[in-house]
Design a protein around this ligand. Structure first.
Ligand SMILES: Nc1ncnc2c1ncn2[C@@H]1O[C@H](COP(=O)(O)OP(=O)(O)O)[C@@H](O)[C@H]1O
Ligand SMILES: [Mg+2]
Length: 366
């Protein structure tokens, strides 16, 4: 993990970008640290690609600054370079596009060597670096293959090798795994994380898949409508979301609208278990499915919450199961996850509870 006190590698301040009446980025500020695996996460259209392209130099922001710290190994040389003043090919960053096209008529080696040849490196140096990176992505036996002879995952690894071989300080990856099927994607998530660790390059990965971001990134910036909603490590994002929108985006949750006061949270005419928050007024209670407990309805069980509901559906996933409970007055059903098979039948009346300290109260702002 990188220290928060360290000088960031990339410093983004107040970046805005509009396309006509569309605001793609609004007042975006964030720091990306040396050797960090950083993820930009958000729904389609929230501005992720635009931000990546602005870092790479393919998009000019309307306002704001993007700087890069140089000379990180020798603090005496440390200085800030204005990235926005440099053309894309002079920036020490490499962008791997959403649709990475390999040259179909070239071998794997030639595809990887292409960028280095354009830089005019010596033939022996190119051969050595290509051989090294083929080992890194575990394709040493595919050096002479053509792209069409490779699986989707292998093609993806060639594209990664092509980006890594240029040894950028920062590798920008736009939805790098979206073209792969589920199984290969899970493997590549592990692979990307290993690669990043091994090559010591800072990765900035764009994704709309929260599990993907959570499983790979050291830190995640959650974006909505061109703005940064929250920047944090995956555990903090999950446990301490700053808004219901972030909570909803980061994993499944039950969100109950109500009123927060000094002495607790009230919804549906009941006082519900909630962590102390300092929020006063209209509020949202956020509860994660793994914190919800269901008990066969027993009005004498005072330890349980006072809500009761009816089991609408159960899903058994093997190791865990999820039970969906409708509670009168709540717009959305309550989700409860437990280890093992579901404990209640569809149609059963159950009491719904959770430990107060696990239920987060957030202001209900429009
Ligand atoms: N070249 C462009 N011209 C007009 N609108 C654009 C252009 N590029 C992006 N946009 C708009 O800016 C917003 C953000 O787009 P984008 O950064 O591609 O989002 P994301 O990558 O998160 O899906 C969207 O509303 C998109 O339609
Ligand atoms: Mg995009």
């Amino acid at each position: 993990m990188t220290s928060m006190a360290a000088t960031p590698l990339i410093r983004i301040r107040g970046v805005g970008k509009r396309y006509g009446s569309v605001t793609a980025l609004a007042d975006v500020s964030l720091d990306i640290h040396h050797n960090e695996f950083f993820a930009l996460l958000g729904p389609s259209g929230c501005g992720k690609t635009t931000l990546l392209r602005a870092i790479a130099g393919f998009e000019d922001p309307d306002e704001g600054s993007i700087t890069l710290t140089t000379g990180d190994t020798q603090p005496a040389d440390a200085g800030e370079v204005d990235l926005l003043a440099l053309p894309p090919n002079r920036r020490p960053v490499n962008l791997m596009f959403q649709s990475y096209a390999l040259f179909p008529h070239m071998t794997v080696s030639a595809n990887i060597a292409y960028g280095l040849e354009r830089e005019g490196l010596a033939r022996s140096e190119i051969a050595r670096r290509v051989a090294d990176v083929l080992v890194t992505v575990d394709l040493q036996d595919k050096a002479s293959a053509r792209p069409r002879q490779l699986s989707g995952g292998q093609r993806q690894r060639v594209a990664l090798a092509r980006a890594i071989v240029k040894r950028p300080k920062v590798l920008l990856l736009d939805e790098p795994l979206s073209a792969l099927d589920r199984r290969v994607r899970a493997d590549m998530q592990v692979e990307l994380k290993r690669l990043q660790h091994e090559v010591g390059i800072t990765f900035v990965v764009v994704t709309h898949d929260q599990e993907e971001a959570m499983s790979m990134a050291d830190r995640i910036a959650v974006m909505e409508h061109g703005r940064i909603s929250q920047i944090a490590d995956p555990v903090t994002l999950y446990q301490r979301p700053v808004s219901a929108a972030v909570a909803d985006f980061i994993g499944m949750s039950t969100i109950i609208p109500g009123q927060a006061a000094v002495d607790g949270f009230t919804a549906l005419g009941e006082r519900l278990p909630a962590a102390p928050s300092g929020v006063i007024g209209p509020a949202l209670l956020v509860i994660r499915p793994e914190d919800v407990r269901l008990h066969a309805d027993d009005p004498t069980d005072a330890a349980m919450g006072s809500l009761s509901g009816t089991v609408l559906a159960t899903h058994f996933f093997g190791g865990t199961s999820t039970t969906t409970v409708t509670v009168a007055g709540l717009g959305r059903p309550v989700l409860a996850t437990q280890i093992g098979p579901p404990a209640h039948r569809i149609g059963a009346v159950v009491r719904v509870g959770w430990p107060a300290e696990r239920a987060i109260v957030l202001p209900d702002t429009p």
